[in-house]
Design a protein around this ligand. Structure first.
Ligand code: ATP
Length: 372
């Protein structure tokens, strides 16, 4: 079972505090959507509106075209899977998975068959008669997923379901979760603050900040072409070079940056929020300074002096002080063959197409994305 979800202008206030501020989002049937953002940005609040545990102060939620305004959580075509997946300790795995079906008065033979089918899907068929305490954390998590899917929700809501697992297991479960979602085709809405997890599992990521949606797109869209400073900095490491857009002429944009004046083809400025003139930021990922020619059109932002560098296996990660702005720190990845001796001069050479042009300036030097 699967269904589209439509969130229109949803706002949620708690007293004076606005936890969710005019959020709109269309989710397709069968999509794997990840709500990504820092603690307190409103991810769980949005998930709770979908599950019916909270009502929007303003705005609407529709699932499969039906307004959910007066539909209680138990009557919604949704199931929520929480981080503490709370299996019943005295029941076998089979009975845990079949529990929702029993509540729905499904006969024993049918519900046991369904439970075994789902345990098979999560790789635990042979353990059907074990109790939860006999399992590892990852195995218990799989049982919880099987239990959530047993009642065939149209939409599965997952609130940091992998948060309690260690890193290795979490990576493994991310792959499994994605494979299972593709297999069952259910719409998944998954909350996390871990950007790597979001990239690993999402069809589309919704980047949230302070109760608002900052950006929505495929992982590669948000990484390569983020729409805001926040989205650029939350999804991976980035250098921000404050600049001023002076004007546009003949398909070229004239820009004064902290590293000097440059002309960029207007196609690089593909962001509707950019003004015709005014403050803007050039955002560049560290790996785009690698100096390995890709055959694409390249440009230089002047030269810089290596301050320090560390070996990361596939590359060096170096901090550089540009000659044009010696107080600035640029983080750059450099090839294994590079000389990263402090004081060595390097050219800040990049592929033109890898420059991300964003509206506004980073707020403070402490902005997480201002430095590497
Ligand atoms: N019932 C409530 N009463 C008052 N404030 C609340 C309530 N529920 C949530 N909030 C506030 O709303 C904001 C958003 O909370 P929410 O739980 O949605 O954040 P989150 O992004 O899921 O964060 P986390 O990753 O820490 O769970 C927070 O500042 C939180 O303190």
């Amino acid at each position: 079972m699967t269904a589209p979800v439509s969130i229109r202008n949803a706002t949620k206030t708690f007293g004076e505090f606005t936890a969710l501020n005019d959020v709109s989002l269309e989710i397709e049937a069968g999509e794997f959507i990840v709500l990504l953002g820092p603690s307190g940005c409103g991810k769980t609040t949005l998930l709770s509106l979908l599950g019916g545990f909270l009502s929007p102060t303003r705005g609407t939620i529709a699932i499969n075209g039906r307004d959910m305004g007066d539909v209680s959580p138990s009557k919604r075509p949704t199931t929520t899977m929480f981080q503490d997946y709370a299996l019943f300790p005295h029941m076998t795995l089979r009975d845990n998975v079949a529990f929702g079906l029993k509540m729905r008065k499904i006969g024993k033979t049918e519900r046991h068959a369904k439970a075994c089918e789902l345990l098979d899907m999560v790789g635990l068929k042979a353990s059907a008669l074990k109790k939860p305490h006999e399992l590892s954390g990852g195995q218990r998590q799989r049982v919880a997923l099987a239990r959530a899917l047993a009642v065939e929700p149209d939409v599965l809501l997952l609130d940091e379901p992998l948060g309690a697992l260690d890193l290795k297991l979490r990576r493994q479960m991310q792959d499994e979760l994605k494979a299972i979602q593709k297999r069952v085709g259910t719409t998944f809405v998954h909350v996390t603050h871990d950007q790597e997890e979001a990239m690993a599992i999402a069809d589309r990521i919704v980047v949230m900040n302070a109760g608002k949606i900052e950006d929505v797109g495929r992982p590669e869209d948000i990484y390569m072409r983020p729409k805001t400073l926040f989205a650029a900095s939350f999804m991976g490491e980035v250098n921000f070079i404050p600049a001023t857009l002076k004007g546009r002429d003949n398909g070229m944009a004239e820009i004064d940056s902290m590293l000097g004046s440059i002309s960029l083809p207007e196609t690089i400025l593909a962001n509707d929020a950019l003004p015709d003139q005014g403050p803007m930021t050039l955002a560049i990922r560290p790996e785009h300074f690698r100096g390995v020619s890709t055959g694409a059109e390249r440009m230089t932002l002047g030269s810089a002096k290596i301050a320090d560098g560390a070996f990361f296996g596939t590359h060096y990660r170096a901090h550089l002080a540009p000659i044009a702005a010696p107080d600035m720190v640029i983080t750059a990845h450099m090839p294994q063959s590079a000389n990263i001796e402090p004081g060595t001069m390097v050219e800040l050479s990049i592929d033109l197409a890898s420059i991300i042009a964003l509206p506004g300036h980073p707020q403070t030097p402490a902005d997480p994305a201002t430095q590497g």
